[in-house]
Write a protein that binds this ligand. Sequence first.
Ligand code: DP6
Length: 354
Amino acid sequence: MTEWSGKHAVAVAHPNIALAKYWGKLAQGTNLPAVPSLSLTLAGMSTRTEVRLDDALEGDRLTLDGHAVEGRPLARVSQLLDLVWAGAGTQSGRRPPAMVVSTNDFPTAGGLASSASAFAALAVAADGALGTEHSVNELSSLARAVSASAGRSLFGGFVELPAGVAGEVRLSARALAPADHWPLRLLVAVTAEGPKAVGSTEGMIHTVATSPYFDAWVAWAPQAFERIRQAVLARDLDALGPAVEQSALAMHATAMASDPGLLYWNGATLDVIHAIRRLQGRGLAAYFTIDAGPHVKVITMADQVDVITAALTRVPGVRRVIATRPGGPARLVTDGLMPDGLMPDGLTPAGERG
Ligand code: DP6
């Protein structure tokens, strides 16, 4: 047994859905977003990650949903472990290798924002195991450097991430309003199984390099962000819904105009969009948004969940509907208490330590 072996921590984090989308990075800097984004952290889906230090290992190991994983996912895990270690400034010597075991209670890498909850949970668990005692803002900035949307999942409720400024090193997300600010509901219409063909990171690089609409997107996104921000603060769903739809469609239009075009949608994606538009025509408050995958996320209020779930389930190609609501921050949990994402929100928020 050496100095580090056996030290471990377990953390849980939720994915988040961007109401105002991030798409594209600055040319300089460490993963700095080109546009501001605003998200809602989602209870009802979660990632549980354990970091266990082991000096006897030759390098880091990653197990994801029961399968050993190498290559780029493992490299990103090691990158974040290194950042958490180096960022503390007080640690000396080599970082101890880690065994990382992560499970999602929702489909991984299918456009359900699994990288956001994965790297947020990893940041908190790594900080706990390594004893680095970072603040929640520092952990958000470190997670953001690996996956920008992950910086937002450190916080619960409604969260904003400013656009980066060239040359800046630290950029954290920040809480705009807590989960209980507005009891929205978010329904995920799952339209495919399995991982998406083009990940967000590659998709963005391709869009920045080839889309004639990218500059227009960057010029327009801050005003869309501000409109969405004001609608969230005012709890005005009639104002929020159309702005959220436009942010998603503008992001996808920008990606679709790349060369060759990036198409994240399948037939069911479009069928769900039309179904939502029909519900709107009947006076129901339901609005769609779509990330870098084929699933459609529908924002609504609690009293309309049943009728909208029934309508989504009737669309051919919709495999199931996952119901979510505003959720809490990434947090440490006591080992063994969190088998399946059922831990109540708010237990040991990461922010309380920092
Ligand atoms: C469409 O955060 O996954 O979900 O920073 O390269 O890891 P990287 O990208 P990632 O991109 C998320 C894109 C999005 C929109 C959003 O969440 O804002």
